[in-house]
Design a protein. Structure first.
Length: 231
């Protein structure tokens, strides 16, 4: 995953900022089915939570969102708006519950609003993105497209931001301590390079969004009696 030339410090800092869970896009308020997994599927220990998130990284994120972003960044850079729309439509079509779809749409809108004030994206691309309306992976790809960063670097940043956010969700919902959270994050971080490599290699027909139990748990979370996370 190393680049031929080092990533410029300015672009590196912009990428870290863009992928940060502290960005005001609302990612912290979602558990992506994990809270329902705690309630109904026995996610009750550090090891189980770690396995859950590891599987989600491999089976869902790498084959879905990361693969979309891997194609969306060059599409934005080349002005291929037809490709961008097709990728955005795929994300919407593969969000299997109203909760997951609402998350993708809300975070996409929020990131686009943030971009209006804090980033150097062309007005034409901003308008094109607003008309979609954008899902979060597509908005992230737009935000990353002006940076002097390789696509693999952008995917790694996105994946690590996701891992940080989900680790925090595990701490709150299981619950777990900070040391346990860091062990989970270390495991996820160690496997992000392989996830990025897989995502970069996938063609259109190879993308997947097949996580039936996750969809069931997300549906159940919508009516879960007691919740910390948004539905």
């Amino acid at each position: 995953m190393s680049n031929a030339t080092p990533l410029p410090v300015g672009s590196l800092l912009q990428l870290i900022w863009l992928a940060s869970p502290a960005l005001p896009v609302g990612g912290f308020s979602y558990s992506e089915g994990l809270e329902a997994g705690v309630d109904r599927a026995g996610v009750a220990t550090e090891n189980i939570a770690s396995d859950w998130l590891f599987d989600q990284l491999q089976l869902s994120l790498a084959r879905g969102d990361l693969a979309v972003i891997a194609q969306a960044i060059p599409a934005w850079r080349n002005g291929n708006l037809e490709k961008v729309k097709a990728l955005n439509d795929w994300v919407l079509q593969t969000r299997e519950t109203s909760e997951l779809r609402a998350q993708a749409e809300q975070m996409g809108r929020s990131l686009l609003e943030w971009l209006r004030n804090h980033h150097s994206v062309s007005a034409a691309h901003m308008d094109a993105c607003a008309q979609l309306p954008p899902t979060y992976p597509i908005a992230f790809a737009l935000a990353a497209s002006p940076l002097a960063a390789g696509v693999s670097d952008c995917l790694a940043a996105y994946a690590f931001g996701w891992a940080e956010n989900m680790m925090q969700a595990a701490l709150k919902s299981v619950p777990l301590g900070q040391s346990a959270g860091q062990r989970i994050l270390a495991r996820l971080a160690a496997n992000i390079p392989a996830a990025v490599e897989e995502a970069m290699a996938l063609q259109d027909h190879e993308r997947q969004a097949f996580s039936p139990m996750l969809a069931i748990l997300s549906s159940q979370h919508e009516t879960q009696y007691s919740r910390l996370f948004r539905s």
